[in-house]
Design a protein around this ligand. Structure first.
Ligand code: UDP
Length: 406
């Protein structure tokens, strides 16, 4: 696994020196992250790297994952959808069950760190523990919070306001709250298996393994099979392009342990793709980082046609690989793409299809977008920046107070 110093050649000496200096300042802190899945989705992807790097900088950091049964995760999935503007009904029993599971988890956990970061709504009820502790608690929201449904918003607001602060991924997600709000964008790790350089022979071997023809254009979307990623919309856009260009479509993704809807969506995608041997619906196991890396690198165009998106790590991953990316102008995606400068922002299936054709037909323009995309990610969305933001935020919580040792 890469060490912090290994990032010097990508981000430069001064960034690394600053990180070690901030790490030293923060070394009297201990940090704890809590989320609801160890694999699958962007949060797990980030914590897998952030936690060891914080430790390497001398800030003792641990990561806990809450447990829940099928019912709990179907309620939290409904919450997730409702936060993204989908109408969902919740019964009093749903709220009670949600809280009961969080309280059960709280009883078996130890919140003995100076700063506790609770990620997303699933473990939000743990904040009740804060009332009899003297440390700092921060809610880290990774989701698109621009249009939450009233029912779920009112339920969560009571909990959010018990935290010392809330972090959002994009300015548009900030809301009227009595607690402090911070803006921290997510990041990717350029040295992980998901993002590190790969040689062309390896990329070829992955395409051969999946029997995808690299000689013809390949359009790819990597995402969990989730309605909000609009995989069926992707198939429709591809079909519009296919009338004019002999291309292939790759829809690759796995599930997350906290996402019970995946199978249903996957079936709908398979149905939409049926009969077309140039559509590759790949169900990937969790340890597929190198495969995803190769699929992204070997694609002619990468799509992220989400209907809602907290940030969209897959966009950053593809931009980092200098790929031309076409993505919906939702959530955190416009932070990553400046239209026609380092990628393309779209609003519809037809618009997506139009731009796929354009980019396949104009490889020089596509290359220019990719080149600018990589630099934009290098400057703004790499893990070194993210690490520094977390440490500075943690320190700022104790600005007017001594650090509490538990
Ligand atoms: N991902 C993965 N395997 C999959 C699908 C996605 O490893 O089958 C990764 C993807 O490369 C990205 C993350 O999971 O790093 C998804 O993060 P994103 O912010 O795009 O979406 P989320 O799933 O968090 O909504």
């Amino acid at each position: 696994m890469a060490q912090v110093k290994d990032y010097t050649e990508i981000v430069g000496n001064s960034v690394i020196e600053e990180l070690f200096a901030v790490g030293e300042r923060a070394s009297s802190l201990t940090i704890q992250h809590v989320n609801s899945t160890a694999v699958g989705g962007g949060v797990a992807e980030i914590l897998t790297r952030l936690v060891p790097m914080m430790n390497e900088l001398g800030v003792k950091t641990k990561w806990d994952v809450i447990k829940g049964g099928e019912r709990f995760f179907s309620i939290t999935k409904k919450m997730h959808n409702a936060l993204h503007g989908v109408a969902e009904n919740f019964t009093d029993d749903d709220w009670a069950h949600f809280l009961e599971v969080d309280r059960d988890n709280a009883r078996s956990m130890n919140f003995d760190s100076s700063v506790v970061f609770i990620h997303d709504p699933q473990p939000i009820g743990l904040v009740e523990e804060r009332a009899h502790l003297n440390n700092k608690w921060v809610w880290r929201c990774h989701i698109d919070f621009s249009e939450p449904r009233e029912n779920v918003w009112l339920f969560l607001k009571d909990f959010i306001e018990q935290f010392d602060g809330a972090i959002f991924s994009a300015p548009a997600f900030s809301r009227p709250l009595s607690t402090r709000q911070f803006l921290i964008s997510p990041s990717i790790d350029p040295l992980s298996d998901k993002n590190r350089d790969l040689d062309d022979a390896y990329i070829d071997s992955i395409f051969e393994r999946f029997q995808i023809d690299r000689k013809r254009p390949v359009i790819t979307q990597i995402s969990r099979f989730d309605y909000l990623k609009d995989p069926v919309g992707v198939v429709k856009a591809y079909k519009l392009v296919k009338r004019y260009i002999d291309c292939q479509l790759v829809l690759a993704g796995g599930g997350a342990t906290d996402d019970p809807e995946g199978e249903k969506v996957l079936n709908e995608v398979r149905e939409a793709a049926e009969g077309d041997k140039d559509i590759f619906v790949l169900l990937l196991p969790p340890s597929s980082d190198l495969e995803i890396n190769a699929l992204q690198r070997g694609s002619t165009v990468v799509l992220q046609k989400s209907l809602k998106e907290g940030f969209g790590l897959t966009v950053a991953e593809a931009l980092w690989k200098s790929r031309p990316v076409i993505a919906s102008a939702v959530g955190g995606i416009p932070l990553q793409i400046k239209h026609k400068y380092n990628g393309i922002l779209t609003h519809s299936i037809e618009g997506t299809a139009y731009w796929i054709k354009q980019l396949i037909n104009e490889p020089n323009f596509a290359r220019e977008l990719g080149k600018n995309g990589r630099e934009h990610i290098r400057q703004n969305f790499l893990i070194t920046r993210h690490l520094r933001d977390y440490l500075l935020l943690s320190l700022s919580l104790f600005q007017d107070k001594d650090i509490v040792y538990l």
